[in-house]
Design a protein around this ligand. Structure first.
Ligand SMILES: Cc1ncc(COP(=O)(O)O)c(C=O)c1O
Length: 409
């Protein structure tokens, strides 16, 4: 693919226009409307002169306009990377076979022994496990600070050793929102890089690079793919840093399959449509739940009752499609209520076309006792509800009926 042959859809265009046209040339070869799935492990050269021309560019830093071997690049993958970079307002992006591959590759590539990172306590559990186990083996220490506690984050800085400050926004499951101005300022003062996992927000609702964040990452499995049919991960940032990650990918070998890349590019085309719909219906559902007598508490940054409502309103153009809430009752009452819902599937994940519902006490923390879960802030009666693209009125009717059937207190 010719990297120089970019199309003209720029940062002034809206998210939907960028999602459909951004970053990728109109002619992708064979006059195909869509990016072809280039199912090839290797790429051919017409003759030795052509090979030398390519190697000159590769070795002496020219702009490459073709592929060589699939571990170093693939046109279907390149296309989705360019499209995501355009959507995030980034120089470039790198796509991985899963969100976990993205975050682990970034840390393994960029961090050195005898360094330190800071992360917030409600980051995705597997990311935290990776930092506290694998990174520790390589001499990288992790400090975990409570989300939203700026003083704790500042106190956790180890001068000259803290290389990364990492958080998610909004977070799972309480949908806390990070203060980006504070993060960027803190990172710059201490020469620490900032990494934001904005899987829950998507670039439709928040573009962190515009605030000065260094790296943005997503589990593309969620809203980008959008149909619960593909895994993927992405990191976007400045050209030099993404190039370093692409060089490392050539060694680590964690390449995404072209068919996965195709599904993510297809999903991206409807990203803004889906997310805007989900923003709207989630707010409607959150308001309904907040008024319901059998619901103890609702966590949704679009509600004035959420601790980060003001911050979210200032930073984001939508509040996202996930709501958490506590059902009046215990672990069993909550399960009973969930079992009576007819629209959502009981499943982990979020960000697809179907509503999904889960009780975090079971899904993510079944190995812990009720007390251990509480210590992590996970209540037994907590429910995470991920909006699909179904109509809000139908979802509300379904919730109302299930709550009606839930045992009285
Ligand atoms: C916020 C967040 N980041 C990262 C991940 C990991 O992504 P993946 O499942 O694509 O590896 C997840 C998965 O649920 C997530 O919710």
């Amino acid at each position: 693919m010719n990297a120089a042959n970019k199309n003209s859809i720029g940062r002034k265009s809206g998210a939907s226009t960028r999602a459909v046209h951004g970053g990728v040339p109109r002619d992708r070869g064979f006059h195909s409307m869509t990016t072809p799935i280039v199912q090839s492990a290797t790429y051919t050269f017409d003759n030795t002169a052509k090979l030398i021309e390519f190697l000159d560019k590769k070795v002496y830093g020219g702009q490459l306009d073709r592929e060589e071997y699939a571990r170093y690049g693939n046109p279907s993958v390149w296309a989705v990377e360019r499209r995501i970079a355009n959507l995030e307002g980034a120089d470039d992006a790198i796509v991985y076979p899963s969100g976990m591959a993205a975050v682990t590759s970034l840390f393994l590539t960029v961090l050195r022994p005898d360094t330190h990172i800071i992360m917030t306590d409600d980051c995705y559990r597997r990311t935290r496990q990776f930092c506290e186990t694998t990174l520790k083996k390589f001499g990288v220490e992790t400090s975990v600070v409570p989300m939203g506690d700026r003083e704790a984050m500042e106190a956790a800085i180890v001068p000259k050793k803290t290389r990364f400050i990492f958080t998610e926004t909004p977070t799972n499951p309480y949908l806390r929102v990070a203060d980006l101005e504070h993060l960027v300022g803190l990172g710059r003062r201490h020469r620490a890089m900032t990494l934001l996992d904005t899987t829950f927000a998507t670039p439709v609702n928040l573009r962190p690079l515009e605030f000065g964040i260094d790296f943005v990452m997503h589990s593309a499995t969620k809203y980008f793919g959008g149909h619960n049919d593909v895994l993927g991960g992405v990191i976007a940032g400045d050209a030099g840093r993404i190039k370093a990650l692409k060089d490392a990918r050539g060694m680590l070998g964690n390449v995404i399959d072209p068919h996965q890349a195709f599904l993510i590019e297809r999903g991206l085309k409807t990203l803004a449509l889906r997310v805007r719909h989900q923003n709207k219906s989630a707010l409607q559902v959150a308001r309904f739940l907040e008024e319901h007598p059998k619901i103890e508490r609702v966590y949704y940054p679009g509600l004035a009752s959420h601790p980060d409502h003001a911050l979210a309103s200032a930073q984001m153009s939508g509040f996202g499609g996930v709501i958490s809430f506590e059902v009046a009752g215990d672990i069993k009452t909550t399960g009973y209520f969930i079992d009576r819902l007819r629209i959502p599937y009981i499943a982990p994940s979020f960000g697809g076309t179907e509503c999904l519902v889960e009780q975090p006490a079971y899904f993510s923390y079944y190995d812990l006792s009720s007390e251990e879960r509480l210590a992590l802030g996970i209540k037994d009666n907590l429910v995470r509800f991920s909006l699909g693209i179904e109509d809000a009125d139908d979802i509300i009717e379904d919730l109302e009926a299930a709550l009606e059937l839930a045992p009285p207190l």
